[in-house]
Design a protein around this ligand. Sequence first.
Ligand code: ZN
Length: 281
Amino acid sequence: MQIGRVEIHLINDGAAWFDGGGAFGLVPRVVWEKLLPPDEFNRVPMNLYCLLIHSQGKNILIDTGLGDKLTDKQRHIFGLDRANGGLVEALARVGVTTEAIDVVVNTHLHADHCGGNTRFEGDEVVPTFPNAEYWIQRLEWADAAFPNERTRATYLPQNFLPLQATGQLRLLNGDTRVTADVRTVVTRGHTRSHQSVVIESEGETAFFTGDMATLAVHFERLAWVTAYDVEPLETIETKRRWQRWAVERDALIISAHDKQTPVARLRDTGEKMRLEPIKFK
Ligand SMILES: [Zn+2]
């Protein structure tokens, strides 16, 4: 798909199942199960979206999914389905090799967004994208490198520490321009310095939310915040700001995990915000 002179591809690292209580937080199951029916373990289905961006001769990859370093037990817990392959195969289908990626941007360092940053080579863990710089917010790096009891389970050092050893890490201090048409913006709440990605070109706009909106409905409804968010009230204020921005610019909204509505446009009906699904390939 084209956003002005920028070409973007939605890349899927696979399908997985996540606890519904985690995804919907304080929203009662009797409300959310109508939208997304859970399985017998109370899990809801999600995709692991990454975004490939071609801009000004650069291949930019936003997020890297769960990756290939999972144990059999982890695969089982996530119910991981890679019937169509994972991230690397999905990139190959659009003609992009791991060597061709110039910049990897991680929205944050939770394991389902940076697991594909690195891979096993024998017993060693090495960067999956040998020629890429990995762009990560400095505060996110600090929170991940020194986790607490609540965040430890998802901040897995093997997904990010090897990047420092190879000199491929670039730490960002807030909003950062990637190319003339692509920039990262800090969207605080899910984590303290979670970032999203804005593409603006020739009057067209797209916004990759990351887990600021895990599912499309999280972008539409301010009060719907996942249980994983470390600063849920910040998430609400962040979304309030970006909702207004998205309506004004008629931006294409790309969510991190939504199988049913991965891409949509936000409309303000006067009474409420409503997402209109967009066909995307
Ligand atoms: Zn996520």
